[in-house]
Design a protein. Sequence first.
Length: 128
Amino acid sequence: GEPLALPMQKRADGPSFAQLVEDIGPEVRARSVLDGLIAAGLVEAQADGHFSLSAAAYLPEANSTESIGFLAANVGDHLAAAIHNISAPADARFFERAFFDDDVSAETVRTLQETVRTEGMDLLRGLV
């Protein structure tokens, strides 16, 4: 489903942003987390005092320390998956696809990239 718009403060009648942050890490202040998310353009305040996501996914700036950190944290998993796929039997390989064609226009490539980006995000949302 869609993410809920949350009030900041804990309430007895439902979830709140403060409770969400506390559940993740009680040593962190909810207001600091919220301010950071607002500054990054990921969360916005609603007129009724609730806060809602304004982006479907977080993508750090290209070549930033954070994006390089994500690469460092995940490159081992990507390499392990690639090694697995060249050594495992066909029915045990991880899902991986590539597209090869010598006559594909730049416009077709852009269309394919946008389709994969959109439908890939839809697939991930459907899994949650």
